[in-house]
Write a protein that binds this ligand. Sequence first.
Ligand SMILES: Cc1cc2nc3c(=O)[nH]c(=O)nc-3n(C[C@H](O)[C@H](O)[C@H](O)COP(=O)(O)OP(=O)(O)OC[C@H]3O[C@@H](n4cnc5c(N)ncnc54)[C@H](O)[C@@H]3O)c2cc1C
Length: 411
Amino acid sequence: MHITVLGTGIVGTCTAAWLQRDGHRITFVSPLPAGEACSFGNAGSLSPSACLPVGLPGMWKQVPGWLRDPDGPLTIRAAYLPVVLPWLVRFLRHSRRDEVVRIATALRGLLAPIFESYAPLLAHANAQHLVRHGGCLYVYSSQQAAARWQWGMNLRRSLGVDLQDVDRDTLEQLEPDLKGRFRFGILAPDNGSTLDPSQLVKALHAQCLADGAQMLQGEAAGFEQQGGRVRAVRLADGRRIECDGVVVAAGAWCAPLARALGLRVPLESQRGYHVTVQSSNLALHHTVMAPEYNLMVNPMAMGLRLAGSVEFAGLAPPPNYRRADVLLAKGQEMFPHLDTSRTTRWMGHRPCLPDSLPVIGRAPALDNAWLAFGHGHVGMCGGATTGREVAHLVAGRTPQVDLAPFRPDRF
Ligand SMILES: Cc1cc2nc3c(=O)[nH]c(=O)nc-3n(C[C@H](O)[C@H](O)[C@H](O)COP(=O)(O)OP(=O)(O)OC[C@H]3O[C@@H](n4cnc5c(N)ncnc54)[C@H](O)[C@@H]3O)c2cc1C
C-alpha cells in the first residue's frame, strides 16, 4: 500500500521504517525536518523500567507546594489554567493506586521489548552506535529518602523490572562524580540511552528515504474520506496526497487530525526543558535519575544533558527559559564541580493523555487510518515498539503487545 505517515518524530519515523519492512510505500508529511520537534531534545533515556505513569498515588498533595515554588518541577501559566483544568482533573483521577497498577502493567508491555524492536531498524540504518546499554542509576541522598519512592519501585519490580540496591561505596565506584550528595542508589541494569535522540531519528529517517520513502514538507490539515476509507490527505497549503492508508503520528499536534478522523482525544502538551552542558567535565557512565531533584541527567555526544520540568501553557506561547535555568541550578547542586561555561537550552512539547498511555490503534470509523501518538514522557522508549505494532495492525497480524489499554476510542 501507499501509506502517508504524518509526523517525522521518533514515532512516525519508526512506524514508517516498520511499514517499509512489510513492503509498503511511504510518504512522510511534516512541517519540520525529521527529529526536530519533541524528539530533538529529550533526555534520551531508553528505559524498559520507565513504566510508571506520571501521576502517582498521593501526588495531588504535593501539587499546591510545587505550584507555589518558582523552582518547583510543575508550573501552569495563569491564563492557561481554565483551559487545562478539566484535563488535570482527569489526570488526577488516573493516579489512584489500582489505576496506576493497570497503567504501569500496560506500559511495561510496551516498553519491555524496547531493544528488540529498535534492533532491526538500527542495524539496517547502521545507527547502532547511537544507542548505549549502560544502565540507569536512580540516586538518593539517603536510603530513608529513597523510601518515598519505594511503592513505585516495588511496582516496577513486580512487573519484572530488574532493580538492584546500591550502597554508598558501590555508588561512588560506579560513578565517582556522584560523590558527596548521594548515599544510596538503585541500578536498573537493563536500561539504555541514546547519545543523541535527534540524530537517532534522522538516521532512521534517512534510511527510510534511501529505501524509497518520500518526504513532503507541509502541514496535514484534513482528509478526504469515501466509503469508510481515507482517500487522500489534505495539506494546509492546498496540496493533496492520494494514498491507500494514513498513520497519524504528529505528536502533540494530533488532536485536530484525530478529530478530522472522528475521534476526540484529550491531548495536552506537557512542555519540558533541557540544558545541555557542552563544556561538561564529568565522566558519567550511566543515565542518572535524581528524584529529589526531579532531574534526569544523561551524558550525550554533544555534552551532559539535564532534562525535566512540566509546564502547562499550550502549544503556542514561547518558551520560558527560566525553567531551563532552574534545571541547570539543580545540576550544579548535584555536581558542584561541573563546568557550565558553555550551555544550550531547549523546550519541547510532550504529547500527553490524562492516563499517561499513548493512543495506538485504528480509527474506529475508518478501515485504513491508524493513530500512534500521546507517548508523553516515554516516546523514545516506546517509539520502535509502537511502529512494530502499527505494522502488525496494518497487515492484519495479531499484535505482539496487548494494545487494548491504548485503544483510540477509550476517552
Ligand atoms: C524534557 C523532555 C525529556 C524527555 N525525556 C525522554 C526520555 O528520556 N525518554 C523518552 O522515551 N522520552 C522522553 N521524552 C518524551 C519524548 O521526547 C516524546 O514522547 C517523543 O519525542 C514524542 O515523539 P513523537 O514522534 O510522538 O512527537 P515529535 O517528536 O514531537 O514529532 C511530531 C512530528 O509531527 C510533525 N507535525 C506537527 N504538526 C503536523 C501536521 N499538522 N502534519 C504533519 N506533521 C505534523 C512535527 O513536525 C514532528 O515531525 C522527553 C520529553 C521532554 C520534553
